[in-house]
Design a binder for this molecule. Structure first.
Ligand code: MTE
Ligand code: MO
Length: 537
């Protein structure tokens, strides 16, 4: 009577062995401060998603796209672990080999990362050895205790199997929890290394105030009001807090490919400026903070933002003017592209002519709304370029700026189907009223934001049900590099109850009105009018 492992037990053994592999992998990764096998594989997946899938992921999951990816990876792994368990039921060695193969895949993924360090392969390899050993042990035939003097038969013993798999599962959970808590500790230490405050902004002679060549008469260059500390409204009052002029740091949209924050120690961090420059520079964090700094209000926008979408926010950035640093390094012949790299190996590029334009204040930013950059937004330093989408310009966790030719290197998203040059398109959005509100027939206040970074918003109009365009009142013109809030008071007196559709469009200071034509975000930004239903009751 040689009882083989039942199918359900084999599947469970596979799952437990998989959990051991992942748990041990997380623990090793946490201990040596390298990405976990899950994140290494996730990073490779992110690297290979086609634009339509990236758009779909952002549309479905928004900024929870990384959580969705992790859940997806765990789900696939669980399925594979069950299959491996079932294979081990017939051939134990085959099951163990299956886990080994996954260890090799994880290790290869980790080693292939641009920012991979020496021990990158260990979490996957050690995890696979532990998981493979666990599977071998769980599926071994062992003596079944039978009464009597006869030789105990080999086979499956339900009670013992349950005990040993429960023990292994508990070990896997403990190892995984240890790994996660080590990773939390790493991130907490980085956050603790962020200074409480930044040196004050120095008045810097020679760094011109925001002036706009060719801007319409009436907006006198150089006499713009200072960035406001609170919401700006046409009435000078707080009209809606849904979209304050300045986005608080913890409400600022976040988009990046980083599954875990890169390790950074401000005491050891340096920024390298090299390539087609005459004098390559290496600057420490303290040296950067000691340089003359400016504050500029700039609205960042993600190219993946759909019409009416949330991936746009505005902040006062404190930092060093990029053109000052480039002048010090000396732009050499043939420099076409400002090609920057992050600590985690993400890259992007934009024209050198944008960086050296005295009218456009590109920043190496160290501060955001009066605070040092939060880790989420690129501590210790990031690029902020007025008027270009983030994916070609706004490198967070900045590590290197190389001047090169367009043919030398392509930014991360360019070979993935996104445009090489990506100026932000003039757009507008209705934020008030909310979809769920309803109003008696009477005055209804409609409000929102419009943006045409580095060109400036000249006019915003709203129409109801395709009727006449009504011109909106615009908030203070703080800078052409930021969005502008707008308000329209629609008189719905006498309107029968029902649902009305409001549409908005903006015209920039160069005179172009945003197009009504609908375009998806890929390859260079969405277009079309944003609309919202308004209910009269
Ligand atoms: N290191 C790094 N920097 C990055 C990215 C990234 O994936 N990695 N994404 C870019 C994109 S696509 C955008 S839209 C902006 C978003 O900046 P935020 O997260 O601070 O809003 O960062 C840019 N900088
Ligand atoms: Mo983006």
């Amino acid at each position: 009577m040689n009882r083989p492992l039942p199918r359900r037990a084999a599947a469970a053994a596979g799952l437990v062995a998989g959990a051991v592999a992942v748990g041990v992998g997380l623990a090793v990764a946490g201990a040596q401060e390298t990405p976990s096998p899950i994140d290494a594989v996730g990073a490779v997946v992110i690297d290979h998603v086609p634009p339509w899938l990236k758009e779909l992921a952002i549309r479905w999951f928004g900024t929870h796209d990384k959580l969705a990816l992790r859940i997806g990876i765990y789900t696939v792994l669980a399925g594979v672990a069950v299959a491996i368990g079932l294979a081990a039921r017939r051939h134990r060695a085959l099951g163990v080999a299956g886990i080994g193969a996954f260890g090799v895949i994880g290790a290869a993924a980790a080693v292939s990362r641009p920012a991979a360090t020496g021990g990158a392969a260990w979490p996957s390899l050690v995890g696979a050895i532990a998981g493979g050993g666990g599977l071998w042990w769980l599926t071994r035939p062992r003596p079944i205790e039978v009464p009597g003097p006869s030789q105990a038969p080999l086979g499956w013993d339900r009670r013992r199997f349950l005990a040993s798999s429960a023990g292994l599962a508990a070990g896997a959970v403990a190892a995984g929890a240890a790994g996660i808590s080590l990773e939390r500790g790493r991130v907490a230490r980085i956050r603790q290394s962020i200074p409480d405050s930044l040196p004050p902004v120095s008045p810097t002679p020679g760094t011109a105030p925001v002036t706009v060549p060719g801007s319409p008469a009436g907006s006198t260059p150089g006499t713009r009001p200072a960035p406001p500390s609170g919401p700006v409204t046409p009435d000078g009052a707080q009209l809606f807090d849904q979209t304050p002029f300045l986005t608080p740091n913890d409400r600022f949209y976040r988009i990046d490919t980083a599954l875990s924050f890169p390790s950074v120690d401000p005491a050891r961090w340096t920024l390298r400026i090299d390539g087609r420059v005459r004098r390559p520079l290496t600057i420490t964090y303290d040296q950067l903070l000691a340089r003359p700094m400016v504050e500029r209000t700039v609205t960042l926008t993600c190219v993946s933002n759909e019409v009416g979408g949330p991936y746009i926010s505005n902040a006062v950035w404190q930092g060093v003017l990029l053109r000052d640093l480039l002048a010090e390094a000396g732009v050499a012949d043939g420099a076409e592209q400002v090609f920057s790299t992050s600590l985690d190996g993400w890259t992007c590029g934009f024209p050198v002519s944008v960086a050296t334009d005295p009218q456009r204040d590109c920043l190496i930013a160290v501060g955001m709304n009066g605070k040092p950059l939060p880790l989420e937004h690129g501590f210790p330093a990031r690029l902020v370029v007025p008027g270009l989408y983030g994916y070609v310009s706004a490198t967070k966790w900045l590590s290197r700026i190389e001047l090169n030719r367009w043919t030398d290197a392509e930014g991360y998203w360019v070979p993935r189907g996104w445009a090489r040059e990506a100026p932000i398109k003039t757009q507008s959005r209705i934020d008030v009223p909310r979809d769920t509100e309803s109003f008696p027939a009477g005055p209804v206040r409609i409000a929102g934001v419009a943006w045409a970074q580095h060109t400036g918003v000249a006019k915003v109009e709203v129409r109801i049900d395709g009727g006449e365009w009504m011109e909106a009142r615009l908030a203070t013109d703080v800078t052409d590099d930021a969005w502008r809030q707008w308000v329209v008071d629609w008189d719905a007196t006498g309107k029968p109850p029902g649902r009305y559709v409001a549409e908005v469009r903006a015209t920039d200071k160069a005179g172009s009105t945003q197009t009504e034509e609908r375009a998806e975000p890929a390859p260079d930004g969405a277009t079309g009018y944003h609309s919202r239903g308004i209910t009269i009751r």
